[in-house]
Design a protein around this ligand. Sequence first.
Ligand SMILES: O=C(O)CCC(=O)C(=O)O
Ligand SMILES: [Fe+2]
Length: 455
Amino acid sequence: MTTLSANPTLSSQTAATSSTDVEMAAPVVDLMEPLRQAIVDKPPYISGTLPLTEGDFSLFYKSGDGSNARHIDLADATPEQLQALADACEPATFGVEQQDVMDESYRKAGKMDSQAFMTRLIPERTSLVDIVRGYLLEGADSSRTIKLELYKLNVYSKGSFFKAHVDTPRSEDMFGSLVLVFPTPHEGGALVLRHHEQEWTFDSAKAVSEAPKPSIGYVAFFSDVEHEVTLVTEGHRVTVTYNLYFTGAEPASAPVVPAVPAIPANEAAFKSAFEALLENPEFLPRGGTLGFGLRHVYPIKDSLAHVYGMLKGSDAAVFRACAQLGFEPVLYLLYCTHMKYGREKSWGMIDRVPHFAGYWQVEDPVDMIKEEGGLVLKKPYAGSDEIDERVKWVTKITKLTRHTSPYMAYGNEAELGFAYGDVCLIVRVGKPSERLAYPTVAAMKAEGKAKKQRR
Ligand SMILES: O=C(O)CCC(=O)C(=O)O
Ligand SMILES: [Fe+2]
């Protein structure tokens, strides 16, 4: 059910401006709850595989008394070479109440501290940092600068494992861990992650063996996620781990788009929740329009077109899942006007950046949106023929990606007003027997044009 929020008090003369607030964006708690949950309760990790160049798999390490360095190519290592690497490791410990403890019933693995090896792999020169920022982090966090600190190398030989634990934070700024799994032959050693009574498994051995060669497996997760490494039943599982920190530096100016798009962990959950809803005859019995607030920041200037190719994390998950099911998700700018007099607000949306420059003494920017080819969602005292579309909001509108347009506002003298458009994703769904038959955007536009001409 939609709840109405109290009308915010108007603070200035130019209060007849647009800003999005929670009223319209209050999500409908109903059949769509599983859909909303799939987006909002995003799994606290991201995993996948990443192809790298051959040199990145070279590892040099100290062995014996340390007077000789050895080399191993982890993309093409023999069992003997891997055994030599395992022999050069010390037994791994783990932290219990500020102390490093060795207990092979809890953790059985070999470890090498970062000063005992050198890898050519520099995560900052791959898309790993962008993947962590774009797919693990959300909202404002995803444009913060992060730092990766090489922590350890581990060799999980046959019979190795690491029981459930959370990683010890190294400082207040540490927000997570990144584990890279090399493509060495092994079986078992999957990483099981648990958070808020949910569980996920990343079978890195399987993922890496199915990836184009040579690739590494990667998994990044937040510090409060419990995780365990299951028993390695064959071969050697070689990993390097990094601690992930936020740095104090200013946020990067433009949000970064991962060069290699990762598959968001909640994409499958969202897709199956949506498929189940589409099967349900009680869901939008006459068809309807779903709205999703975006959960990442994207740069916009004159157009929304480039944002389609930049979608990250949950935004990418929603877009891709809907498109795969045959729908045509469209980005819109959503405007809300607090009227100067009275309590009502008007709402409108448009699928491109509007140009308000030629308008003079405008009372309600939603009228300009309409003139520019947009749609009216809500308007005080409007008859139903004046409402173009009604949107059911699955997730709240956010102000993360907002476009500001100045315009000449109505007043005793012309004064400058500002209209704020918040980018959201709109998906139109047909009635139960013909879910994909809802008019396409092109059809809606053509219809709108015809309507205008008839007037
Ligand atoms: O190897 C992994 O996948 C995780 C290792 C781990 O949990 C750790 O080193 O703390
Ligand atoms: Fe761990």
